[in-house]
Design a protein around this ligand. Structure first.
Ligand code: S3P
Length: 423
């Protein structure tokens, strides 16, 4: 269906990465943590349910307000049930770091997608810290079993720029003997570092290395969660590629480790204005206004990739509408996301008439194509579902998106917001 224009104002839901961490850190802190702007998406609800199984008192006051009554990490109890993380890679990987500091046995599972995602990137370094872990294929896949204990600090040089890996090791380092540090090949999102500091933990950063001293205690605090720039990205691109559009998106997180999408869209010629930026909070935020624009192709790679890794599906869609060629490279990490996002993006957009080819570490898109309606599939990947919904707005003819409910992982009101803006 070709949509005439998207116009109006929306407030996108809370940041997924920050919402997860607020519940996790509140659960291991001493004292109460209040969270405002929490994302009630399936992934973050999985995190709440796992910590409730570990004996933490967590209450949802309303859709976006959560109160966590932490009693310190020592108060976590051995779970009598399996911890089910659903579709959430952040939950399983960060929880391993936290469970490394508990003297009991826990088993973790997730859905079909989680069962295919590599866990050795976390279980490997945690084993180096003397933590007992097991799982399929030598602890690379779920179900995973962990028995925490006395970790010893390590220095870990990660082969991938991954905030999940960095965060898991730093969290294990919280109670470890001595110092724990992680060096990354490029800087990944730093929400863990920022939030640990807000909970009273000292974290040191030098270049691409982050270090933490063992034996530190977290103190409950208030967490203000800004809107998720990864969710805003769908409307930033929709506003730019749908003629006559103008969308104001309120309270979007502007952490510089996450704003790669703004750099790319600006390079492509999109008109995006930043208004009312607030920098006083642990996580900065701003209102963004996007207007329909003439886009041109670009190159996306290098250190920019970790700053926009989750936005690549929607960038690929923007590129199909841009003049010229767009090359996305250095993004092999896409293969181990909720789906293999190189394959799902290329296959699903090809069904709609895009000129797009997969490469070993990204994709090449020849722009300026008119998309047509088709029978497409999210394959259970929330970001693929939202990207296809935006694509359907510019496609001629009817598009049917199978498994569209996957969007509830990170953006339960996505379709309602999209409809509310349609002219
Ligand atoms: C996340 C980190 C990223 C990102 C994911 C959320 C986080 O994964 O893709 O959606 O909250 O730390 P990697 O750290 O594996 O790149």
């Amino acid at each position: 269906m070709t949509v005439k224009a998207l116009r109006g104002t929306i407030q996108i839901p809370g940041d997924k990465s920050i919402s997860h961490r607020s519940v996790m850190f509140g659960s291991i802190a001493e004292g109460t943590t209040t969270i405002n702007g929490f994302l009630p998406g399936d992934d973050c609800l999985s995190t709440i349910s796992c910590f409730q199984k570990l004996g933490v008192d967590i209450q949802m006051i309303d859709e976006q307000s959560v109160v966590v009554k932490g009693k310190g990490i020592q108060a976590l109890k051995e779970p009598s049930d399996i911890l089910d993380v659903g579709n959430s890679g952040t939950t399983i990987r960060l929880m391993m770091g936290i469970l490394a500091n508990t003297p009991f046995h826990s088993t973790m599972i997730g859905d079909e997608s989680i069962a295919k995602r590599p866990m050795k990137r976390v279980t490997g370094p945690l084993r180096d810290m003397n933590i007992h872990l097991d799982g399929r294929k030598d602890a690379n896949f779920t179900p995973l079993v962990i028995r925490g204990g006395q970790a010893k600090g390590i220095h870990y040089t990660s082969p991938v720029a991954s905030a999940q890996v960095k965060s898991a090791i730093l969290l294990a380092g919280l109670q470890a003997e001595g110092t724990t540090s992680v060096t990354e090949p490029a800087k990944s999102r730093d929400h863990t570092e920022r939030m640990l500091e807000a909970f009273g933990v000292k974290v040191e950063e030098e270049g691409l290395t982050v270090s933490i001293e063992g034996g530190q205690t977290l103190r409950g605090t208030h967490v203000e969660v800004p809107g998720d720039i990864s969710s805003a990205a769908f409307f930033l691109v929709a506003g730019a590629i749908i003629a006559n559009s103008r969308i104001e998106i309120q309270k979007v997180g502007m952490n510089p480790t996450r704003t790669g999408i703004l750099d790319v869209l600006s390079n492509m010629g999109a008109s995006i204005e930043t208004v009312k930026e607030t920098k006083e909070t642990a996580e900065p935020y701003a209102d963004l206004v996007v207007e329909a624009s003439h886009l041109k192709g670009t190159e996306v790679g290098g250190d920019l990739i970790p700053r926009l890794i989750d936005e690549i599906p929607i960038i690929a869609l923007a590129a199909t509408q841009a003049e010229g060629i767009t090359v996305i490279k250095d993004a092999a990490e896409l293969k181990v996301k909720e789906t293999n996002r190189i394959d799902t993006v290329v296959n699903e957009l090809t069904k709609m008439g895009a000129n797009i080819e997969a490469t070993e570490d990204g994709m090449i898109i020849h722009g300026g194509t008119k998309l047509h309606g088709a029978n497409v599939n999210s394959h259970g990947d929330h970001r693929i579902g939202m990207m296809l919904a935006v694509a359907s707005c510019i496609a001629e003819g009817e598009t049917i998106i199978e498994n569209r409910d996957a969007v509830s992982v990170s953006y339960p009101q996505f379709f309602a917001h999209l409809e509310s803006l349609q002219q």
